[in-house]
Ligand binder design. Structure first.
Ligand SMILES: Nc1ncnc2c1ncn2[C@@H]1O[C@H](COP(=O)(O)OP(=O)(O)OP(=O)(O)O)[C@@H](O)[C@H]1O
Length: 292
């Protein structure tokens, strides 16, 4: 049997020092019938060009990307238009994108490549930035901002930021402009969702489908501690549809105004303050190996 050839694009420094040699051993031992060629990122702006060159020079059957969300986005941008399936090897510190595709570690990653399905995932342009999975204004974006600012990212530090963020929770006004309609909403959080769950496992967009050409705008407006706890339970039990203060709409294009300057994040990365975003479909899809 001729072996399939996979290019393994590896960030040598991402995450918390997981041994790259050990990971490569796991991949080589578990990905039967696949020959792996490793290429390490350098962090230079030329990395995407180098990747494009390698894709031109040889015939590949697939890609593996070892790194965090930043590395995955760099590769996705570099390979737009290529039909190759891409397997995520989660080697970042947060790994939000991998988790969103059901991949919680290196063995999940191997299983996804061997036995998972390939999903053609829509990509979205939000004010010139690539969004693959989830982006939001308000509560969660503020939490991402606080966590990013932390020097020590342990669970305790994360819990402390969450408590601070809860104390500061407030309502914002947003204007959603889509399908010729303007809707003014008040919400603690407004989520633009392609995928359906956060890296924590909280389901934010139960009916969302990453490949249907649409994204959902979900607004959440819990009032008081009881509703906040109820909302968290609903998200972790996949019952968000039953919560009265949560509203979901589906669009293929939209503009959202943020006149009160709520924090904003895309796929786990804090974005500069913005009072308006424009969400547009990108013409390409990317094929990800998934376990969801
Ligand atoms: N060889 C290298 N040396 C130094 N920096 C590198 C190298 N290769 C890539 N980088 C940098 O790594 C960063 C991307 O890291 P990535 O987001 O994948 O991991 P992370 O920050 O640990 O994880 P996460 O995004 O999941 O929190 C980019 O800033 C990129 O420039």
């Amino acid at each position: 049997m001729t072996k399939k050839r996979f290019l393994y694009i590896l960030n040598p420094i991402s995450g918390d020092g997981v041994d790259r040699e050990e990971v490569l051993d796991i991949l080589s031992n578990n990905l039967y019938g696949i020959e792996i060629t490793v290429w390490e990122t350098t962090g230079s702006p030329d990395d995407p060009k180098e990747i494009q060159q390698m894709l031109k020079e040889k015939q590949w059957d697939g890609l593996l990307v070892g790194g965090g969300d930043g590395t995955i986005k760099m590769v996705v941008t570099a390979i737009l238009g290529a039909q190759l399936p891409l397997g995520i090897i989660p080697l970042g510190s947060a790994n939000g994108l991998a988790t969103g595709f059901g991949i919680h570690g290196v063995s999940d990653a191997c299983y996804a490549v061997q036995k998972g399905k390939v999903e053609a995932v829509d990509l979205w342009d939000i004010n010139g930035e690539l969004c693959i999975h989830l982006s939001d204004f308000g509560f969660n974006a503020g939490l991402v901002k606080k966590s990013t600012a932390l020097q020590h990212r342990g669970m305790l530090a994360y819990a402390k930021s969450s408590l601070e963020q809860l104390k500061e929770m407030r309502q914002y006004t947003f204007v959603i402009k889509a399908d010729g309609i303007e809707e003014k909403v008040k919400a603690k959080s407004l989520v633009v969702a392609n995928g359906n769950k956060y890296g924590t496992g909280a389901v934010i967009n139960p009916t969302g489908n990453v490949g249907d050409g649409k994204f959902e705008v979900v607004t959440l407006d819990p009032e008081g501690l009881e509703e906040i706890i109820g909302l968290s339970l609903a998200m972790f039990n996949d019952r968000l549809g039953e919560v009265a203060h949560v509203k979901t709409r589906s669009f293929d294009k939209a503009e959202i105004e943020n006149p009160e300057g709520a924090d904003f994040q895309i796929d786990g990365e804090v974005m500069p303050q913005t009072d308006q975003i424009k969400i547009e479909a990108m013409p390409h899809k990317v094929n990800f190996y998934c376990l969801v």
